[in-house]
Design a protein around this ligand. Structure first.
Ligand code: AMP
Length: 401
């Protein structure tokens, strides 16, 4: 991930057709878009190409139609919103994904026009990375642009197949911001670097922790995943979430952190509840969790320690809430982390659905350096993997005279 990818500014779009893979997977209710953040997020890339005199063929998936045409998952509401958002340009809609209709419409496309293809996942070949589908999509355009970070961890026809054929293949603005955020947080960070991990399950986070141990100075652990580690350390965890089949992995992580000289902090106090419910009886305890109780948030002492580590950090990367933040009684840990991030002038990168929800809930989302648009893709980047959708793009090379 160290090389920068070729980007929009490296190319001339005038008179060209660009196939842009966007993420228009918006929440829909009875045909009405509930939140158009993803459409708005794609506009800078689309406008850049259209203003440069190019034409755009935009393609996205929407929901899970599983290779069938599902009328309620057609792109029509998206096309309408796109036209409202780009009044100075013409937005057209194709009747299919990569059939004759789409190919004809693409061939007729004029500079300054945008053609939105039908839902990519109406084609069974999309998720199978079918070469014939990739070929049909690629043949519509002259340039490939990837701007759907949230699907870059999938090797699908539109993310891996098309850019393997259609060159140049470049990153759009949204994807470039995601890649840059990772580079500034993990490749050339301002030290000390603090990684914060939380969320329900330790099993989901083991590869993330292994990668973070190699890159960061301090790791702060919260959420349900902390209790597996605490059990390894010999503490009583009551009814807290513990993955007994992961105790060995947790032990290994603790040993790796120690060998690497990484400060690995676990909660020392807890907000505990007698059941998993908003109106459960709750109290704060230090150390052991009594029988019949479960830890649902980090306690105030732990929060203060974590906030102090964040205050000293040059860079913070955060994935996973510190507790069951969906319930008011168990969200102080996650909100407190969000407040510390907002108050710090560190480079801060937040990703994964639930930590993003927690920071939005705190009302401080605009005070962190970068909020990722990717869930699974963010996690895989944190694991140190090269995502297929990014690997497929052309590397930037300095051309020497
Ligand atoms: P993840 O998808 O792994 O990031 O997990 C996010 C979920 O973890 C959220 O829905 C939280 O409610 C949940 N969570 C966080 N802390 C705990 C905890 N101590 N016990 C149970 N679930 C938790």
């Amino acid at each position: 991930m160290s090389l920068r990818k070729l980007n929009l500014q490296d190319l001339a779009f005038a008179g060209k057709r660009a196939f842009v893979r966007v993420d228009f997977n918006v929440p829909l209710k009875e045909g009405v878009i509930q939140d158009d953040t993803r459409i708005q997020a794609a506009l800078p890339t689309l406008k850049f190409i259209l203003e440069a005199g190019g034409a755009v063929i935009a393609a996205s998936h929407l929901g899970r139609p599983k290779g069938q045409v599902v009328d309620s998952l057609r792109m029509a509401p998206v096309a309408e919103r796109l036209q409202q958002s780009l009044p100075q340009f013409t937005v057209l809609q194709a009747g299919d994904v990569a059939g004759e209709e789409a190919a004809e419409a693409a061939a007729k496309l004029q500079p300054g026009q945008l053609l939105l293809l039908e839902n990519l996942r109406f084609e069974a070949g999309e998720t199978k990375n079918d070469p014939a589908l990739a070929q049909r999509l690629a043949s519509m355009a002259d340039i490939f642009v990837q701007d759907a970070f949230g699907t870059c961890h999938r090797a699908h026809a539109s993310t891996a197949g098309v850019p393997a054929i259609l060159k140049p293949a470049v990153s759009g603005f949204l994807l470039e911001r995601e890649i840059d955020a990772f580079r500034s947080a993990l490749d050339q960070p301002k030290r000390p670097v603090v990684g914060i991990t939380g969320g329900a399950k330790v099993s989901d986070k083991i590869p993330v922790l292994k990668n973070l141990i190699e890159k960061v100075d301090t790791i702060l652990v919260g959420g349900g995943m902390a209790y597996t580690f605490l059990q390894v350390q010999g503490l009583s965890t009551g009814n807290s979430l513990v993955e007994t089949e992961r105790l060995q992995d947790a032990k290994e992580i603790l040993a790796l952190a120690e060998a690497a000289g990484v400060r690995f902090l676990l909660p020392s106090d807890h907000v505990i509840a007698d059941r998993f419910a908003e109106d459960a009886a709750s109290q704060t305890v230090e150390g052991n969790i009594p029988d019949g109780w479960m830890g649902l948030d980090i306690g105030p002492k732990t929060l203060a320690t974590y906030q102090a580590a964040i205050a000293e950090a040059g860079t913070v990367i955060w994935n996973g809430p510190m507790g069951v933040f969906e319930m008011e009684a168990f969200r102080q840990g996650s909100l407190g982390v969000a407040q510390a991030l907002a108050a710090s002038d560190c480079v801060s990168v937040v990703g994964g659905g639930d930590s993003v929800s927690a920071i939005k809930m705190s009302g401080l989302a605009d005070q962190v350096s970068h909020i990722s648009t990717g869930g699974g893709a963010f996690l895989e980047m944190l694991e140190g993997k090269e995502l297929p959708g990014i690997a497929a793009l052309d590397d930037y090379r300095v051309v020497q005279a």
